[in-house]
Design a protein around this ligand. Sequence first.
Ligand SMILES: Nc1ncnc2c1ncn2[C@@H]1O[C@H](COP(=O)(O)OP(=O)(O)O)[C@@H](O)[C@H]1O
Ligand SMILES: [Mg+2]
Length: 298
Amino acid sequence: MALTATNLEGTLPLIAKGKVRDIYSIDDSTLLFVATDRISAYDVIMKNGIPDKGKLLTQISKFWFSILGDVCPNHLITCDISSLPESVQTYKDQLQDRSMLVRKYKILPIEAIVRGYLTGSAWKEYKKTGTVHGIKIRAGMQESEAFDTPIYTPSTKADLGDHDENIHPDEAVKIVGEENAKKIADLALKLYIKAKDYAATRGIIIADTKFEFGVDESGNIVLVDEVLTPDSSRFWRADAYAVGTGQDSYDKQFLRNWLTSSGLAYKDDVEMPADIAIKTKDKYVEAFEQLTGSRWTN
Ligand SMILES: Nc1ncnc2c1ncn2[C@@H]1O[C@H](COP(=O)(O)OP(=O)(O)O)[C@@H](O)[C@H]1O
Ligand SMILES: [Mg+2]
């Protein structure tokens, strides 16, 4: 069974519901992040969920936080639910393996995207104008080709229901200020490069990814949110990679294809058929196993 919503029955205040996560307040400086099995495509949440998806996302993020800990501090306190308040211990079945206790920060309203490969909206823009997020890119590149060096291509962080908008790095300066903009651009690139070098050893290409950052009271930048999951990144199998065409990815491609071919893209309240849900789950499991080298035994 997929868990599409949590219900801790008033034990903790639910302060936000994202597309995937239910966020509870523990105290002024601590949040409980519970990744549900909700899935969104084209920014619309499906009616049913993908069994275990929230657990897989949580375990993938946890894995990356440990690998990337030396690049910059992050918000994770623990994934161990025995450190949660007594009052929620009875909701173990909803929380186990899918919760993260995190430090709460002021979020910088920028999606810090890094792209190593020319694909998706970047490829569309490049074909039209020779630019990516307004940045001039060398001529003659093909779809899915690697950039000469990874590029930082931020977008705005839209409210629930709105769409993020690709922006030039100079626009990000206007939103978060010069100092923060410079720091997050630099950190996002360092994090991406470390992660993609690791993933390459596991046969995975991280084509692009999105990070979010917060600031603490002293102005230090902290890595927050989920990191390097199939929801926030494009993972490609290295053994199937070919330049000059679109790549299959470890993510929602089945779902997107099904939505498009059934004319349901962007529609609300869509129920996925069981085979689409199962195939999608398999992709998340594959990403977890391939990246971490561990079996998914849940
Ligand atoms: N440490 C943190 N402190 C405060 N807010 C956070 C922190 N980490 C992530 N967030 C916010 O929590 C939300 C995560 O839930 P999610 O379901 O992924 O939402 P979304 O639909 O915005 O992607 C995001 O809006 C993110 O900006
Ligand atoms: Mg999110």
